[in-house]
Design a protein around this ligand. Structure first.
Ligand SMILES: [Zn+2]
Length: 215
């Protein structure tokens, strides 16, 4: 998906300047290019692996000011065209490493999805070549930041497995946009683990605190 200016020329999905305003000869031949070089430089790729309640989590970008801006533009200002950017750089490695997995995205509340007009995580993973099983629902919309530490440990109360759904898997990869406290992933893992043989997780970005726990 490209954005265009009035002359029909491609523009950067993020800053909306001419896509090639700062291009090098090499980048002109990159057909996956959706961001100008300036904006590509703002995304700091730094893959880490860490263990969360016995579940291996792989995450690709450290959550910083730029990532926060990008996610606000996408999720709060509902700029759906940004969706293919997030996993673009790591698409090949995800498709290879998790080709035998069923991908279960963490749910958003139906209220949020209706407000945005799209499910932000589903659009983010559209470009991946994984089998997706949308089996979780969020029953309440509770902002994690507003919760006490004690309440966050009970966040599983807001996730449920959909009723009347075939929930039996071999390998599952849970997927979320950002791993902040890890509470959402833990809750989803606890719900799904009885229904699969192997379980792991990936997130687009991670809070810097996870660096200290990374292997
Ligand atoms: Zn740009």
């Amino acid at each position: 998906m490209f954005k265009e200016n009035r002359r029909g020329e491609p523009i950067c999905l993020w800053c909306l300047r001419d896509l090639y305003h700062d291009a090098t000869l090499f980048s002109l031949f990159d057909d996956r290019l959706k961001l100008c070089l300036d904006c590509q430089m703002k995304l700091t790729y730094k893959k880490i692996r860490f263990i969360l309640d016995g579940v291996e989590v792989v995450s690709f970008f450290e959550y910083d000011k730029h990532i926060s801006d990008l996610l606000i533009l996408y999720k709060e200002h509902c700029d759906e065209a940004l969706a293919p950017l997030f996993f673009d750089r790591v698409k090949k490695q995800i498709n290879k490493e998790y080709r035998e997995h069923t991908c279960i995205p963490l749910p958003s509340s139906s209220q949020k999805v209706a407000q945005r007009g799209f499910h932000h995580l589903h659009r983010m993973i559209d470009s991946l070549n994984l089998e997706v099983a949308d089996v979780l629902i969020k029953t309440q919309d509770v902002k994690q930041a507003q919760l006490s530490k004690e309440a966050r440990s009970h966040i599983d109360l807001v996730f449920e497995i959909k009723k009347d759904i075939d929930c039996s898997f071999k390998k599952v990869v849970l997927i979320d946009d950002v791993c902040t406290t890890g509470a959402s992933l833990k809750a989803a893992a606890a719900l799904i683990s009885p229904y699969c043989k192997e379980l792991c997780a990936i997130t687009f970005a991670y809070h810097p605190l996870w660096k200290t726990k990374a292997a």
